[in-house]
Write a protein that binds this ligand. Sequence first.
Ligand code: 17E
Ligand code: FE2
Length: 424
Amino acid sequence: MSSQMYDTILRRGKLLHPSGSSATVDIAIEDGKIAAIAPSLGQSARLELELQGQIVSPPFVESHVHLDSALTVGEPRWNQSGTLFEGIEIWRDRKRDLTLEDVKQRAITTLKQQAMQGVLFVRTHADVSEKNLIALKGLLEVRDHVKDWITVQVVAFPQDGVYGSPGNAALLEEALVLGADAVGGIPHYELTREDGVRSVHQIFDLAQQYNRLIDIHCDEIDDDQSRFLEVVAACAFRTGMGARVTASHTTALGSYNNAYALKLMGFLQRTSLNFIANPLINITLQGRTDTYPKRRGVTRVKELWQQGQNVSLGHDCIQDPWYSLGTGNMLDVANMAVHVCQMTGTAEIDACYSMVTWNGAKTLHIEHQYGIEEGKPANLIVLNADSQYEAIRRRASVRYVISQGKLLACTEPAVSQWKLGSGE
Ligand code: 17E
Ligand code: FE2
């Protein structure tokens, strides 16, 4: 038996595989990397954690969140109608007061909340329709500041439209020059349908010119005539950029008539587009103009998943003008997806777990650094649960978060005691 001493060994963890299978193993960590995975490791380590069959999973991936607006709920006022559009107006007022310090402090507080709950990869949107680009500059600084414990990607997101004001298109390009990882857009909120189509073409041109990813807020509206996803799909298809492109929200796809949706789904299948649904937010933002029956306002998650499209899930908001709740817990998101998207079959529940882990990693193009394999960076979490189903059902706490080989956070699961009659 070797006398080698590792930094850390996790003993008897149930290691999850993307296929849904699992195996009970010991995992050794050395120099920030996964050094060994075996049914039983004879060596010892400076830190040994006994897991007793609890799940070891790659970290949660938050593939869609707006960190620039996080923790601003009620500033300067509460969203009383609950609509996307009132949220945009409240944010327009709040963003006049942004400072670098304000953005950075709220973003870092939020990232710590997320990381303590097992999120180690985050794609955030930064509003770039604001003339000093404070939100973007703040989040780019944060990306660098936190990089030793969490990986952040920043999307340049023109909240008020690429053509909503004369300077916005130039600001979007400047954001790429400054180093944004991805180009965003909001075609359904451009002043006209023509502007919406033009904005999608402009986004693809910029992404190709600057070699960036694309993540577009696309058709986040209940209007069954909002049809920019077909434009995004056509551009993805023609440019061959498919897998580098993400369509976020796409809630109108849930409202399209089935004849159109059937045709469109076939087109989508010819692309390798990624989709992100945000069930916590869109179940509350959408359907606001409906009486009854009232739509769910969420994209066709189950059908996209069934036809093999890469779908991930985002939290979208944490206490901001669009959503006053939110804790950063990705199991809340997966749990809500099970309900809203009716993903209640056993394989479907496991799929919802994949949508907050592996699928998110695919969307973010971080697969080379993601996953629990010998030689990869030691990023992993231990859940107080023995299956994906139990993790989602109980929104299990994350006992250990290990980032780049270091123990970042621990959570003691709450313990309840039955007291009635305990004296007998
Ligand atoms: N902005 C937007 O256009 N849509 C959203 N869901 C949020 C911000 C949160
Ligand atoms: Fe969003």
